[in-house]
Design a protein around this ligand. Structure first.
Ligand SMILES: Cc1ncc(COP(=O)(O)O)c(C=O)c1O
Length: 393
């Protein structure tokens, strides 16, 4: 049976897959089974931040000779090492990592920690956002999820864009009742095709959260590890969150791992008195991958961040004058790039034409497209990819 027929018969999917059978990936390229090369402009949605199969990281992971499994209730040297590393690189006073297998579980832990710490159960989040697909994460995600699952968690208030001073005052008003457990948002909202809230928005929200005892959860599952030009997107706004969630770029695709990293104060009321348990959270091999990947990012931090800034300007310079049939709103922060057409179908047509011509681009809804290239993509590859895009308009 051919692979596509087999896939259709045996694999459950969330939607129709794109017509590409991935056989390999290296640096900023993905290869199909016949060895055809595709330029990767979306890095598996902010997973392959340092590109694929990076030699230096692969070498470290190959050296792994630890146990193939450690049960969560024991000590394991590398858990403490990774947690220390995360405490060092995250903004604010986040010191305690809770182990997860990916982003959804990290968000779930964050929501539960907020409920437990505040003894409250209501949440505020951004309309249209995505924080994962568990019942809790969907409850704080876009309201449309309620069409499919009408009984998601109640009292999850959604704030509509634009995320400016007016929107912040709506948040503050809701918070003033003193019964909201947490406000949760991506600092730069990749899932809304790179919505960039104003500084005033976060200033007001952060101050109101402090005033009314509400926790601030920054979902950095997509933005973490340099995507927006800072190690964490919170740093653009001087946000000091109570909890950060990470996954995706933490291992760069070399493993599956997430974490909810919180302040000692929140962790204190959450740990030892609660039943969270993740059998495969921080599996030893994934921990080795995360440590190798994060150490690589730290070692190459200066050239990597220089490259992000240079490429970011280059993408802006090339995208702005491009002759799109529908003029998009172009939003760029580092290498998080969103093009919002405000009309369905056009973006998808371009994405499909690009795929045929050897360029991978993603979308965050029917009326937009997003570009998340590896942070160390060369200027030549970016140029080559943008030339393809231009030809596909
Ligand atoms: C901001 C954000 N949070 C959470 C998630 C869920 O992560 P995962 O797919 O690893 O469960 C995603 C996934 O796209 C995300 O973009």
């Amino acid at each position: 049976m051919n692979i596509i027929k087999k896939d259709k018969k045996y694999l459950g999917r969330e939607g129709e897959p794109r017509p590409l059978i991935v056989a390999n990936a290296k640096n900023s390229y993905v290869y199909n089974e016949r060895g055809r090369k595709y330029i990767d402009f979306f890095a598996g949605w902010c997973v392959g931040d340092i590109g694929w199969n990076v030699k230096e990281v692969v070498k470290q992971i190959k050296k792994f000779s630890g146990p193939n499994y450690v049960s969560p209730g024991y000590y394991y040297r590398e858990w403490a090492e990774l947690a220390e590393l995360l405490a060092k690189i995250t903004p604010g006073n986040l010191t305690k990592s809770f182990r997860a297998t990916g982003g959804t579980e990290a968000v779930e832990i964050a929501l539960q920690a907020a409920m437990f710490h505040t003894k409250r159960s209501k949440f505020i989040s951004i309309e249209g956002s995505y924080h994962g697909h568990s019942i809790g994460a969907m409850s704080v995600g876009m309201s449309d999820f309620r069409k499919w699952y009408p009984n998601l968690l109640p009292y999850c208030y959604k704030i509509k864009s634009p995320l400016d001073e007016k929107a912040a005052h709506r948040v503050a008003e809701l918070l003033s009742k003193g019964d909201i457990a947490a406000f949760i948002s991506e600092p730069i909202i990749c899932n809304l095709a790179v919505e960039i809230p104003t500084q005033r928005f976060f200033n007001i929200v952060q101050t109101a959260c402090k005033k009314y005892g509400t926790l601030f959860i920054a979902d950095e599952v997509a933005t973490g590890f340099g995507r927006t030009g800072k190690m964490f997107a919170c740093e653009h706004y001087n946000i000091k969150p109570d909890i950060i969630t990470i996954a995706k770029g933490a291992t760069g695709g070399f493993g599956a791992l997430g974490a909810a990293i919180m302040t000692a104060e929140v962790a204190k009321s959450f740990e030892f008195d609660f039943s969270f348990y993740s059998t495969f959270g921080w599996h030893p091999l994934n921990v080795a991958a995360a440590i190798a990947n994060i150490k690589y990012i730290l070692k190459h931090k200066t050239p990597l961040f220089k490259n992000i800034n240079q490429l970011s300007s280059y993408f802006e310079k090339r995208l702005k004058p491009m002759e799109f049939r529908i003029t998009p709103e172009i939003r760029i922060k580092g290498l998080a790039i969103g093009l919002e057409f405000h009309k369905p179908k056009y973006a998808e047509d371009i994405i499909q034409r690009c795929l045929k011509k050897g360029l991978l681009i993603a979308n965050a809804g029917s009326s937009n497209m997003v570009i998340f290239p590896p942070l160390n993509m060369t200027l030549e590859t970016a140029k080559e990819g943008l030339n393809i895009l231009e030809k596909c308009l």
